[in-house]
Design a protein around this ligand. Sequence first.
Ligand code: ZN
Length: 369
Amino acid sequence: MKILLKNGRIYDPRSGENRKADIAICNGIIHSIGKAIYDADEILDCCDKWIVPSVTDMHVHCFHKRTNLGLYADKIGICNNVRNLVDAGSCGADDIDDFMDDLSEMKTRVKIFINYSSIGLTKNSCELSENCWLDEDKLMKAIKKYPDVICGVKLRASKSVVKDKGTEPIRSGIQFAHRLHLPLMIHVGNEPPKLDEVLSLVEKGDILTHIYHGKKGGLFLENGELNKLAIKKYQKGVLFDVGHGSASFSFDVAEKAFKLGLIPHLISSDLHANNYPDKISSLAEIVTKIYNLGLNERQILDAISIRPAKILHLDNMIQVGNKADLSIVSFNKTDKKRYVDAEGNERIFDKQVVFERLVGSEVENHGLY
Ligand SMILES: [Zn+2]
């Protein structure tokens, strides 16, 4: 099977690719990048479209067998042309074998940020409120058992999650992840703990999800000023993730923050059973909102393709001889359309980001295209 991607804008800073060219793929392997003279079984016209390493949604919930929040990974993943998903903390060490079983039936590539709490989100929403659920030995065993799939640790720094334990479980969870040099994603929301307390504990590479939420105690102080520690940590390399969800994204907060230079390093959806499909339908919808708020095309592609690939060590670099594992993405002008943030505020936008197609041997072998 030979596929020719004609005239696409290829972008992968990891391999230094940043040009308009053809990509010839033979039996799932990138055969050549340049001007192809090639007899292909299928030719895809990629003029005015980007070709990037396969797209990732860094924050979803897809442990559908054991959590009420869980969606089928393929429904929000491969069926929406999103090749890679990260389940952000649905599962802890107690249920990891079940979750791995669950995922083995999926065609979407799912990576796990395991919950610091052994119960994850399987029982209730206060998973960091009891010491008996914070068993680091058990967690370490789970991480060692599935090193290719468990790529990080998730913690929720929210009043309903920590209850009277305050910042303590957050501090110990952060120290655990730092000790293991594992990527860490922290949910920020209703205080306590205060955003400043969380900010004082995070370091370069740590991910703050829901950071553009519109609740009290967020990025902006009551006098309208931007939180100074947030600026400092952003400059030091703490990563900002959208994590839109049903309660965690405000157009006003995001727009103000972007204008002051705090653009997201990662754009994720936080899709789960309580917001899909009524409140949010796909990662592409979230990316469309962010694009219309002023990020440029490369900044968007960095946030959904390049940066996630680095964090998750995905083997999807665009390079001759590598397996083709690509997304074709377009940025289009459209009719005016209404979009709503998690606060119920509306905006009218006229540009749209579309995940046109996935290309790659593993995807095609599953017969989806
Ligand atoms: Zn979430």
